[in-house]
Design a binder for this molecule. Structure first.
Ligand code: GRG
Length: 310
């Protein structure tokens, strides 16, 4: 896949990480049961594979892998943590598309899971991916040090749960039914939870695995927060500007559904300015890191997130 405007090195890294994640997810979602499992139901496994293989930018795994690489840490354990994070992301997409939530027919250019299979299967696929993500993260194959694994599990649970992604989704649903105009501060908080928390975790998980110093973690946290916020404003703008073919999902639905977006709360031009300011803030947060390849890839990721077309 190519992404307009990105450097060849960035493209190559993004594609390499996506391929590595695809191959690892393929192995993790194989037919053989793990120790402690009884059997893996074949049709359901097919639905889990449909929902997580063969699509997506794999941006969250990329951020995790590239953050760990900033400290010279690479390998199977990093990829496992990254694949687990992608499972959480895929589960959120499957559930978000359900008739009870966004009721969407198209995701990553293909029928959504409940359309390709059925609604009960899609609910259970989300549950299966969510649970498996913690299995993969907690497995000693992810990191030899149990303290690091526990830190990853706790951070992932906090990012994905009540005060993170799920809480943000709840606020998002509540806002859809609000009669008053969406307040920018409320939308910013909701987005930091719904979308920002997992992107922030991606960066922090890379730092946790690499045993980064408190100072480095603080800078990366700032980067992750700004990048997460930039990602969601860019998403709000794309819903207005992009077409369905480029997005691989339905466009123009936010206004139709009274979604709490920053385009609705601030207007399109101010949303664009905010997106670009946030990308610049993410880049500036990395100024303390040596100007090697690692930091420049993360900086380019912030530019990519702001300029993305899907
Ligand atoms: C658990 C129901 C439930 C929801 C949680 C994250 C989320 C809330 C819902 C996902 C749906 C959605 C469209 C959120 C807005 C931004 C977003 C996360 C877009 C998709 O992420 P990309 O662009 O997608 O990284 P790909 O397909 O590239 O992985």
């Amino acid at each position: 896949m190519t992404h307009g405007g990105a450097t060849a090195e960035f493209e190559a890294r993004l594609n390499a990480v996506a391929a590595a994640i695809e191959s690892l997810l393929d192995r993790l979602l194989g037919a053989s049961p793990l120790p402690g499992e009884t059997t893996r139901p074949a049709r359901f496994l097919e639905a889990m594979r449909y929902s997580s293989l063969g699509g997506g930018k794999r941006l969250r795994p990329f951020l995790l892998v590239e953050t760990a690489r900033l400290f010279g840490v690479e390998g199977e354990g990093v990829l496992r943590a990254a694949a687990a994070l992608e499972m959480i992301h895929c589960y959120s997409l499957v559930h978000d598309d359900l008739p009870a939530l966004d009721n969407d027919d198209l995701r990553r250019g293909r029928p959504t899971t409940h359309k390709a299979f059925d609604e009960a299967t899609a609910i259970l696929v989300g549950d299966g991916l969510l649970t498996y993500a913690f299995d993969v993260t907690a497995d000693p194959a992810t990191h030899a040090d149990p303290t690091i694994r526990a830190d990853l599990v706790l951070s992932l649970a906090r990012a994905a749960g009540l005060g993170g992604m799920i809480g943000g989704q709840v606020l998002d649903l509540e806002a859809e039914h609000a009669r008053e105009p969406h307040r920018p501060e409320a939308v910013i908080e909701l987005q930091a939870m719904k979308t920002g928390a997992l992107l922030h975790y991606a960066v922090m998980a890379g730092a946790i695995i690499a045993g980064a110093s408190a100072e480095a973690k603080a800078a990366l946290s700032e980067y992750g927060l700004a990048l997460g916020a930039a990602f969601q404003v860019a998403d709000d703008i794309l819903d207005v500007e992009a077409d369905e073919a480029a997005l691989g999902k339905r466009a123009g639905k936010d206004a139709e559904r009274n979604k709490a977006t920053l385009v609705a709360a601030l207007g399109l031009e101010a949303a664009r300015e905010r997106r670009d300011r946030l990308a610049a803030a993410a880049i500036a947060a990395l100024d303390g890191f040596p100007q090697g390849a690692g930091a420049s890839i993360l900086k380019e990721t912030a530019r990519f997130v702001a300029a993305r077309k899907n």
